[in-house]
Write a protein that binds this ligand. Structure first.
Ligand code: GYE
Length: 329
């Protein structure tokens, strides 16, 4: 009897254990232990411009929209920080790596490590230059060559409209050896090369920074003074740095000097509306949606397009600029 009772109690205890363990099993592991559907490591190159800040924000927002876990690292304008970040993503075994290379050269070793770890890599915004073509899967970014072409085509139309015979241009270029610097310069130069009125007096590196834009402008003004007819600047930040320097000399940007910029951030568009910039070629920082779509496809083992360029336009004094809607960056 006593022994029987003991057996019954044991049985009841086991049933009790089963009762409490089954529902817990149904609920599953606590959320923090759950593997997210996709873990994306993204190395942003820095925060040098409104464009870059808008790009980072867009990628964060779209990761959230798509329910993708994002490991975001900001390299503060240093290639070695980007290489370290990519190595951390590999060690962490993320599903997909994305990065915006600050310059084109110098990525082969770390990308080979990612390839050997079986992690696909997406280039965002800027390209790399490598003999080994299969280190990355695709590039999601603007057609910078076309942006340079659009800037030059505007200038040719403007020179026609004003009846100019000689057009002296100074160019403030973006970060040396970066894709937008190389491609914007090439697109612009190729487009004006057969127009005998056009002459590039000098091109100086402004590193996409406002402070450098001002510094470069001072140097160019000291050297060429009133001979300068046109400023072609590779981004809005450098343009915004250069404008006050021109004003200090008593000349009016947008009237006495033709100003052409690239990006199309809100601040530059406001200055275009004031008449101090003549043309702004758009470069959209909204690459987040394409990035998430592509990362999901790669995780699913699907094929992706090797180059994805967003559609871009330009804004100029040839149109009613008061109608340009808010830019959002
Ligand atoms: O034009 C500039 C930024 O790579 C497209 O980088 C980007 C460029 C953009 O700092 O403002």
């Amino acid at each position: 009897m006593f022994r029987g009772n003991k057996r019954v109690s044991l049985c009841l205890f086991i049933v009790f254990l089963l009762c409490i363990s089954v529902p817990v099993g149904c609920v599953g592991k606590p959320e923090s232990n759950e593997k997210p559907e996709l873990l994306l490591g993204f190395s942003q190159l820095g925060s040098e411009s409104a464009w870059r800040i808008g790009n980072t924000r867009d990628i964060e927002e779209q990761a959230e929209n798509y329910g993708i876990s994002l490991m975001l690292e900001n390299a503060n304008q240093k290639q070695e920080n980007q290489i370290d970040a990519i190595r951390r993503f590999i060690a962490y075994q993320v599903d997909v790596i994305a990065f915006s290379p600050i310059v084109e050269e110098g990525w082969d070793n770390v990308l080979l490590e990612a390839k050997n770890a079986g992690i696909p890599v997406i280039l965002v915004d800027r390209d790399i230059s490598s003999e080994n073509e299969d280190l990355t899967t695709c590039l999601i970014g603007a057609d910078f060559y076309k942006e340079g072409v659009m800037a030059a085509e505007y200038l040719i139309r403007k020179a026609d409209a004003l009846g100019l015979e000689n057009v002296n241009i100074v160019e403030i270029t973006g970060t040396e050896n970066s894709t937008p610097m190389r491609q914007r310069q090439a697109g612009f130069a190729d487009t004006i090369k057969d127009d005998e009125r056009m002459c590039i007096l000098e091109s100086i590196d402004g590193d996409f920074l406002k402070s450098r834009g001002a510094e470069v402008m001072r140097t160019l003004l000291e050297k060429y003074g009133d001979d300068i007819d046109v400023i072609f600047s590779h981004n809005d930040e450098m343009t915004l740095g250069a404008l006050p320097e021109i004003e200090k000399t008593g000349r009016k940007p947008g009237k006495d000097v033709i100003i052409i910029s690239i990006d199309g951030g809100q601040e530059a568009i406001d200055v275009l509306k004031e008449g101090k910039i003549n043309c702004v070629v758009e470069c959209t920082p909204r690459l987040g949606r394409e990035l998430m779509e592509t990362a999901l496809k790669l995780k699913a083992g699907e094929k992706v397009d090797s180059v994805i360029h967003p559609k871009e336009v330009f804004f100029s004094d040839e149109e009613d600029v008061s109608k340009i809607p808010a830019r959002g960056y």
